[in-house]
Design a protein around this ligand. Structure first.
Ligand SMILES: [Zn+2]
Length: 442
């Protein structure tokens, strides 16, 4: 029995080698072993749920940065023990203000390894397995072993790739999705004081690519504003960066390097001159560096809120005790505090999850370059470096690769492409090729 003031380990209650001291999981048991008004309608209180969380449920955390540190801590303290973490980065000194599993002595070491060591040493019984690798280094068989995958990434490309991987794991029989092939994806994202958390059931609910239009391409200031009517300190910095740097060539032919203090100093000085001319205040060295490097400050509390929401969804899905978020939570504390949830809808012809053939409409006189531009600029495709192949007279033919790109100005006719031609497009945003059908317009 537990005694007051300290706990005693009760071996007869011990699970998995003795670290489950009496009362250790009381907080989790309250959710799993009692009924409640907010529980899932099909939920039946039982002790097996906790055993499942502790001993069977395998979670993959992608990213061991701002969100990843929070996710690992929350999941481990909620009872998840079989956790893998993938991160390709090493620790930088600027991470230490919010990535709290890291210390000054860890600078330069892989984030995944340090984070895993910290959690394993601090939380008895937890077995975090680190992978100092890229997500693209693993294949289907690796991802298939997990019950739930949580993403704490700062890259849309990586998110889309992960989304595509989970879609590729789905199996259909006579067009009907086999539910046992679904691995839920919980995705968290933050940008300064804004964040979102979402639950994706691949093949069933809206996927990352279904809502790609929510991630607009980088916003740039209009050139006319920068060139002739600046109003903001950022406009002055962009003027020095875009217009003065290539004109005055302060360091010869060297292109502007955001990590070079001399370069930033030069842009800073020129921006101040520009700002003075238009009576604009607020140009600082820090802002200059922020604009040049496109830095959006990371806010520790935003990460904490979003990671908490994501961890909660993992807990709900793993235990089946509560109804999961349906399916998109928005959080914003730029000014006051604002949050709401909505149901993002699947896109009927989503290029990632719909299984609907993608059509490309072009006149027969078009050039391959127009197809490339479309693939990269269309808001729901946003590809980065598409490679296009097709089958001509029974043979596979590469039409376009970035390193081998003399075909882009060639008309379809000369490439041998005809109406209804199937084009296979590979890109960094997806692990699978996307099939398009070329339809000639008249
Ligand atoms: Zn989709």
């Amino acid at each position: 029995q537990a005694t007051q003031g300290h706990f005693t380990i009760k071996t007869e209650m011990a699970v998995d080698g003795g670290y489950d001291w009496d009362g250790r999981w009381n907080h989790v048991r309250k959710f799993l072993e009692r009924p409640g008004p907010f529980a899932h309608p099909d939920f039946e209180p039982c002790t097996e749920s906790l055993q499942f969380l502790l001993e069977m449920c395998k979670i993959l955390v992608i990213g061991a940065g701002g969100l990843g540190c929070e996710l690992l801590k929350n999941l481990a303290l909620s009872g998840f023990r079989l956790i893998h973490v993938v991160d390709m980065d090493t620790i930088d000194i600027s991470n230490l203000n919010r990535q709290f599993l890291f210390r000054p002595k860890d600078v330069g070491r892989p984030k995944a390894e340090v984070a895993a060591d910290f959690i394993n040493n601090r939380i008895p019984g937890c077995k975090v397995v680190p992978h100092y690798k890229k997500i693209q280094d693993f294949d289907e068989s690796f991802y298939r072993q997990f019950h739930i995958i949580v993403c704490g990434l700062d890259s849309i490309i990586a998110r889309r790739w992960m989304n595509g991987m989970l879609i590729s794991l789905l199996s259909y029989e006579d067009g009907v999705l086999d539910p046992s092939s679904i691995i839920p994806l919980i995705d968290g994202g933050t940008e300064g004081f804004k964040g979102n958390s979402r639950v994706i059931l691949p093949g069933m609910t809206a996927c990352i690519d279904c809502t790609l239009e929510l991630y607009p391409p980088q916003i740039n200031f209009p050139m006319c504003t920068i060139a002739s009517m600046p109003r903001l300190p950022e406009h002055c910095i962009e003027y020095a960066r875009i217009l003065l740097w290539p004109k005055e060539k302060p360091f010869g032919e060297t292109s502007l390097d955001g990590d070079n203090p001399e370069h930033i100093q030069w842009v800073f000085k020129k921006s101040i001159e520009r700002a003075a001319e238009f009576h604009i205040t607020g140009v600082t060295y820090r802002l200059t560096q922020g604009v040049v490097k496109r830095i959006i400050p990371a806010v520790a509390s935003t990460n904490a809120v979003i990671a908490a929401a994501c961890s909660l969804e993992v807990f709900k899905i793993a235990s089946s005790a509560y109804i999961p978020l349906n399916n998109y939570l928005v959080f914003n504390d730029v000014d006051g505090l604002y949050t709401y949830t909505f149901e993002a809808e699947r896109k009927e012809n989503c290029s990632a999850c719909s299984q609907v053939p993608q059509n490309l409409q072009f006149p027969p006189s078009a050039k391959l370059q127009e197809v490339l531009e479309y693939l990269m600029e269309n808001a729901s495709l946003q590809m980065k470096s598409p490679a296009i192949t097709t089958t001509l007279e029974g043979k596979n033919k590469t039409l376009y690769l970035q390193v081998f790109n003399f075909t882009e100005h060639t008309h379809f006719f000369y490439l041998g492409l005809s109406d209804g031609q199937e084009l296979a497009v590979a890109d960094v945003t997806t692990p699978q090729t996307v099939l398009f059908k070329l339809n000639f317009t008249t």
